[in-house]
Design a protein around this ligand. Structure first.
Ligand SMILES: [Zn+2]
Length: 160
C-alpha cells in the first residue's frame, strides 16, 4: 500500500526497505535488526510494534497525504544532490559509470545527449540526469514539501 511512497523516498535518497508480502512479525524483525523506522498504514501492526521500535502511522491512500503525515513526524528535506542516489527499484546505492559502459543499455538519443550516468550494481538499472530529475525536484518542492493547506479565507470567500 505504501509502494509509491517508498519509491519517492528512495528518489530523494533515503534508505528504504519495502515489502508488501512480508508478515507482520517478519516486518518487525527486519526493522529491529536493521534499526529502521516502521512506516505502516496498518493500525493493528502500528499498535503492536510501537512498544519495540519507532513507528510512524501513515495516513491517507494518496501520495500527497502520505507525505504530509510523514512530514509531520520526520524532518525530511529534498536535497538535489541526493536525488537519485539510490536505485528506485531495489534501494541499492548507485555508482557513477563511464558513458561508454552504458552505451548498449540506454536509448541512443540519451547516450548522445547525456554524459552523467549512474548504474545500480545489483539490478543493473541505468540512471541519468534528465528532465525527470528536474520534474522530481519541482514536484517535491511545490506539491509535497511546500504544500500549504488552503486557509479558511481561501476556502470560503467573504460574502457581504
Ligand atoms: Zn537496483
Amino acid at each position: 500500500m505504501l509502494g509509491r511512497l517508498a519509491k519517492w523516498l528512495r528518489i530523494i535518497g533515503l534508505d528504504v526497505s519495502y515489502s508488501n508480502s512480508a508478515q507482520d512479525d517478519e516486518l518487525v524483525k527486519i526493522c529491529r535488526s536493521e534499526k529502521r523506522i516502521l512506516l505502516t498504514r496498518d493500525t493493528e501492526l502500528a499498535r503492536r510494534a510501537e512498544k519495540k521500535m519507532r513507528v510512524i502511522f501513515i495516513e491517507g491512500d494518496r501520495l500527497r497525504e502520505q507525505f504530509v503525515s510523514l512530514r509531520g513526524n520526520l524532518m525530511i528535506k529534498p536535497d538535489a544532490s541526493r536525488l537519485f542516489s539510490r536505485c528506485v527499484a531495489c534501494n541499492t546505492p548507485l555508482l557513477h559509470v563511464n558513458r561508454e559502459e552504458v552505451e548498449e543499455r540506454v536509448p541512443a538519443f540519451v547516450f548522445d545527449n547525456k554524459d552523467d550516468f549512474k548504474t545500480c550494481p545489483k539490478c543493473q538499472k541505468v540512471y541519468w540526469k534528465g528532465s525527470h530529475v528536474d520534474h522530481a525536484m519541482k514536484m517535491l518542492d511545490e506539491s509535497l514539501f511546500g504544500a500549504k493547506e488552503p486557509s479558511a479565507e481561501e476556502k470560503s470567500p467573504a460574502s457581504d
